[in-house]
Design a binder for this molecule. Structure first.
Ligand code: NAP
Length: 263
C-alpha cells in the first residue's frame, strides 16, 4: 500500500487508459479526469483534426495521445487495438464511450439507422474489447484489476420521449453484454461495468440547449436542475477504475442526478 491512503484508494496514476470518442462531450470529460489524475491516456475518434485538438487541450493537464480511428466496424476496432499494442503492452482502463443516436418516427424508422447505431453502440464495444484482451489481461492482477467501463444511457433503463429505437436496443444490449463479459472475464481479473449517463451537454444533446429559453425549460425538468458535469462522468470512471471500485463488476450505474431513481 502506498503511504498516501487517498492515492491508494482512488488513484489511477500511471495506469494506461483508452477512451473511445474521447475528443468531445462525455468522452472528453472522462479523458480529462483520467489525465488530471495522472493516468497515461489514449483517446480516439474518427476525425484527425478533432483528435489533434483534444490531444493539445488535454496535454495541458498531463499525458494524452490521440489516435484517429473508427470503432463502428470490426476492422477499425482491430486497427485501433493494434495502434495501442504498438505503444503499450498493458491497458488498465478501457472506456467504450463512442456512440451515436438516431431519432425517427416508429412508422418510418430506417434500417440504415438501425445498423449504424447498433454497429457503433453495441458491436464496437464488444469487438474493441476482444481485440484489446491481450493488453487488458497483461495489465490485470488480483491486486490491481483492469477496468472496462461501457457507456450506456438512462434511455436503456427508462423510456424517454425520444423515438430512438435502435439506440435503446443497442444500449440495453450493451448492458446485457457487459454482465456476460463481467462473468467471463472475472477469472482474468478484469471488471466490466456500465456507466449510464443522464443529461450531459454535448453535440448529441445540442438541440436541448439550442437557445437560452429552450435550455432553461429543459434544465428545470432535470431532477437536480442541472446538467451532468465533467466531475460526474470522470469521477465515476475514476472510482470504477481505482482500488475503491475493485469490488464492483457487472453493474449498471446511472450517472443522472437521480433521474431514473427518483424521477
Ligand atoms: N450526452 C448525453 O446526455 C448522453 C446521455 C446518455 C448517454 N450518452 C452516451 O455517452 C456517450 C458519449 O456521448 P456524447 O453525448 O458525448 O456524444 P458526442 O458529443 O456526439 O461525442 C461522440 C464521440 O464519439 C466519436 N465517434 C462517433 N462515431 C464514432 C466512430 N464510428 N468511431 C469512433 N468514434 C466515433 C465522436 O468523434 P468523431 O465524430 O470524430 O468520430 C465523438 O468524439 C455515447 O455513447 C452516448 O450514447 C450521452
Amino acid at each position: 500500500m502506498t503511504e498516501n491512503f487517498y492515492e491508494h484508494l482512488f488513484g489511477v496514476r500511471d495506469k494506461v487508459a483508452l477512451v473511445t470518442g474521447g475528443t468531445r462531450g462525455i468522452g472528453l470529460m472522462i479523458a480529462e479526469g483520467l489525465v488530471r489524475c495522472g493516468a497515461d491516456v489514449y483517446i480516439s475518434s474518427r476525425k484527425t483534426d478533432a483528435c489533434a485538438q483534444a490531444e493539445a487541450t488535454l496535454s495541458r493537464y498531463g499525458r494524452c495521445t490521440a489516435i484517429p480511428g473508427d470503432v463502428g466496424h470490426v476492422a477499425g476496432c482491430r486497427k485501433l487495438a493494434a495502434e495501442i499494442a504498438q505503444r503499450s503492452d498493458k491497458l488498465h482502463i478501457l472506456v467504450n464511450n463512442a456512440g451515436l443516436t438516431w431519432g425517427a418516427d416508429i412508422d418510418e424508422f430506417p434500417e440504415k439507422a438501425w445498423d449504424k447505431v447498433m454497429n457503433l453502440d453495441a458491436k464496437g464495444p464488444f469487438f474493441l474489447t476482444q481485440a484489446l484482451l491481450p493488453q487488458l489481461r497483461a495489465a490485470a492482477s488480483p491486486e490491481v484489476r483492469a477496468s472496462i467501463v461501457n457507456v450506456s444511457s438512462t434511455n436503456a433503463i427508462r423510456p424517454s420521449g425520444l423515438q430512438n429505437y435502435s439506440y435503446v436496443a443497442a444500449k440495453a444490449g450493451l448492458q446485457g453484454l457487459s454482465t456476460q463479459m463481467a462473468r467471463d472475464l472475472n477469472s482474468d481479473n478484469i471488471n466490466v461495468n456500465v456507466l449510464a449517463p443522464g443529461p450531459f451537454k454535448s453535440k448529441m444533446t445540442a438541440p436541448l440547449y439550442a437557445n437560452a429559453d429552450i435550455e432553461k425549460q429543459v434544465v428545470e425538468g432535470f431532477t437536480m436542475g442541472r446538467w451532468g458535469a465533467m466531475e460526474d462522468a470522470a469521477g465515476l470512471t475514476v472510482f470504477l477504475s481505482s482500488k475503491a471500485g475493485t469490488f464492483l463488476t457487472g453493474v449498471v450505474i446511472p450517472c443522472d442526478g437521480g433521474a431514473t431513481t427518483i424521477g
